[in-house]
Ligand binder design. Structure first.
Ligand SMILES: [Zn+2]
Length: 145
């Protein structure tokens, strides 16, 4: 399998799409550690998944879910270079990780066929960043937690 392309920078076309896997993904906080390189999947481009590549910096409370999260540094984030994310949003890039690869492949199976006829950068609209730098999945924005 060729590595997916994480470095595309054109402006994405937003195509709100249900996320079939991330909201129920079972991954512990301890699965990640400071220094890991991870990607937050955001969509599809030219038959591959894409997302934002970031560096895990330190443990940090993820207020939208009231659970342990990770502070991340986004080298291309500009004014929002640091965000806090829930572990289930993250996929390891820095080491071959069977757990993350299974998730990545399952996301590919679920999404690539849907956008097979599209070449542009598609943002599936799963994530927003709050004013306080919390990255939030659409599945975690509603509800009363
Ligand atoms: Zn992993």
């Amino acid at each position: 399998m060729l590595p997916p392309s994480w470095d595309h920078q054109p402006t994405p076309v937003t195509a709100p799409t249900p996320d079939p896997l991330t909201p129920t993904r079972d991954v512990t906080h301890a699965h990640f550690q400071a220094g890991d390189t991870v990607v937050v999947l955001k969509g599809v481009v030219a038959g591959e998944l894409w997302g934002d590549s970031m560096r895990v910096v330190a443990p940090s409370w993820h207020t939208p879910t009231d659970e342990d999260g990770w502070r991340l540094r986004d080298p291309t984030g500009g004014a929002q270079s640091y965000v806090t994310a829930h572990p289930r949003y993250l996929v390891h890039l820095s080491r071959r990780c069977p757990d993350c690869l299974i998730y990545l492949r399952a996301m590919e199976d679920a999404l690539l066929a849907r956008f097979a006829d599209r070449d542009e950068l598609i943002d599936c609209g799963w994530y927003t960043t709050t004013a306080l730098g919390q990255l939030v999945h659409t599945a975690d924005t509603r509800g009363s937690r």
